[in-house]
Design a protein around this ligand. Structure first.
Ligand code: LLP
Length: 383
């Protein structure tokens, strides 16, 4: 929600830009930490959602760890003061160089996604005379009931080790003196709104943990990934229900006294803390359609083009809603998918009106591209 003062300030800043509400971010981090602490759960923030230094500083100050998917993210986290002992490194395609650099950084653990990757990490660690801590990312074949493009835990997805490859994993682990097995890892998808999905995940985690322990391994870490969704239709309702989320795991996971439960939340922590602020360049009133052409496009926020994602759009210059009209809100990029929303009802719009595209804190700025040789939109913070 923007005050008159915010809007007056925006009028003097060149658009488009990302505007961050750091107070809301702090409140969200506090709520998450409070709920997780109740159960002694550990949170590693998924940097991929947003690696803006201001966001990362707030997350680090809260004491969370970092979940990374490239050496770039690993090094960014460490550079910004995250404890290397709280950094995990996941991803289906870690290169040798990335593995070597992560070994040098002494990160907490690699979340390993294939038998071959286990062999490679063992070899590279041996060459350095080190032991690499590893967790096996298992594909549990649990449906996350979210958008197809952000589902990761089904047999058809590329992520994790499938159950039929686990015996080969165990074999490799037993013959790999430079690997230290620490636990198992899961991540079934993103923007999950139906919390029952997590009950199904817990059942599978319990089964797999038992399976590994039967084979003689100590499963110290149960890492259940992230995925908790946010309400894109109510950007002002704001703080996700962390309490209900963590309660499910405390009820349905069988946690032994020596085990730790780890989470990798991204979107739920940062999704509501930023808006993309843009300006109407042109209004084209056609016979069948009215278009508002903004100066922000899919190069700044790709989610609508990629996942048909909904983001609430507000005309900040017309808060007293005189005449309402239906518009397609589009960007300037030379692609037909460069459209933020179709047929949305908004106050009659004019060239120069300021717009806010809400709930853009997660997977917004980080997914920006240089297509059409666009300049990168800056980030702006409260004064
Ligand atoms: N852990 C792993 C292994 C992941 O792959 C992800 C997200 C997360 C944690 C964090 O998930 P979150 O809590 O943020 O849902 N670009 C898409 C989302 C891609 C998510 C990729 N993995 C979007 O804009 O919806």
């Amino acid at each position: 929600m923007f005050t008159g003062k915010d809007i007056a300030r925006f009028a003097n800043i060149e658009t488009p830009f990302y505007y961050y509400d750091l107070e809301l971010l702090q409140q969200t981090l506090n709520a998450c930490a409070r709920a997780a602490d109740t159960y002694n759960f550990h949170v590693h923030y998924a940097l991929k959602a947003n690696f803006n230094p201001a966001v990362l500083n707030a997350v680090r100050n809260k004491g969370f760890g970092a979940d990374c998917v490239s050496i770039g993210e690993v090094l960014r986290a460490i550079e910004l003061g995250f404890d290397a002992g709280k950094v995990v490194f996941a991803g289906v395609g870690k290169s040798d160089r990335e593995i070597n650099q992560a070994l040098d950084a002494d990160i907490f653990c690699f979340n390993v996604e294939s038998v071959q990757e286990l062999e490679v990490i063992n070899e590279l660690a041996a060459a350095k005379g080190k032991r690499a801590r590893v967790a096996i990312r298992i594909n549990p074949n649990v449906d996350a009931h979210t958008h197809h493009n952000i589902t990761t835990g089904l047999d058809e997805n590329k992520f994790g080790v499938n159950s039929w490859d686990l015996p080969a994993c165990v074999q490799t682990l037993k013959n790999a003196p430079n690997l230290e097995f620490v636990g198992i890892h899961f991540h079934i998808g993103s923007q999950i709104m139906n919390l029952d999905v997590y009950k199904n995940l817990c059942v599978r985690v319990n089964e797999f943990a038992g399976w590994f322990e039967d084979k003689g391994f100590i499963v110290k870490v149960l890492n259940v990934g992230g995925g908790l969704g946010i309400d894109y239709h109510n950007p002002n309702a704001q703080i996700p229900d962390f309490e209900s989320y963590f309660r499910i795991f405390s009820e349905f996971l069988e946690v032994k006294p020596y085990q730790e439960v780890h989470f990798e939340l991204g979107r739920a922590l940062v999704g509501q803390c930023a808006s993309l602020i843009s300006r109407a360049l042109y209004v084209k009133n056609g016979k069948k359609k009215n278009f508002v052409v903004l100066d922000a496009g899919m190069t700044e926020l790709m989610r609508p083009a990629l996942y048909q994602a909904y983001h609430q759009i507000e005309n900040l210059s017309k808060t007293d809603a005189a005449t309402a009209l239906r518009y397609d809100i589009v960007g300037p990029i030379c692609e037909s998918t460069d459209c933020f929303a179709k047929e949305v009802e908004l106050p009659e719009t004019h060239r120069g009106d300021l717009f806010a595209i809400r709930s853009a804190g997660a997977y917004g700025e980080v997914m920006a591209s240089g297509y059409n040789l666009r300049e990168r939109a800056p980030s702006v913070f409260p004064e």
